[in-house]
Design a protein around this ligand. Structure first.
Ligand SMILES: [Zn+2]
Length: 80
């Protein structure tokens, strides 16, 4: 009798983690496949037409140099 009760408790305490798994992975994939956005108007840029500036607002992408990580690492190393 006691064993049966313990077993029931064990099964009831099991978390339904298997169910939420596929959902999360699917959402992650969707987000990762998102198109690049314009930093100026935050609109999705059309495929194949990525020029030097945004086709919607004319924002120049060169204005936002995207290399703050590399330079930061370099300085950290130099200070040592
Ligand atoms: Zn734009």
């Amino acid at each position: 009798m006691r064993r049966l009760e313990a077993r029931l408790l064990l099964e009831a305490s099991k978390p339904p983690s298997v169910r939420s798994r596929p959902n999360v992975s699917a959402a992650t994939v969707h987000v990762g496949r998102a198109r690049p956005r314009c930093p100026g108007c935050t609109l999705e840029l059309p495929r194949g037409r990525r020029g030097e500036s945004c086709v919607w607002c004319g924002f120049v992408f060169a204005a936002v140099a995207r290399r703050p990580r590399r330079s930061a690492a370099k300085t950290a190393r130099k200070t040592r």
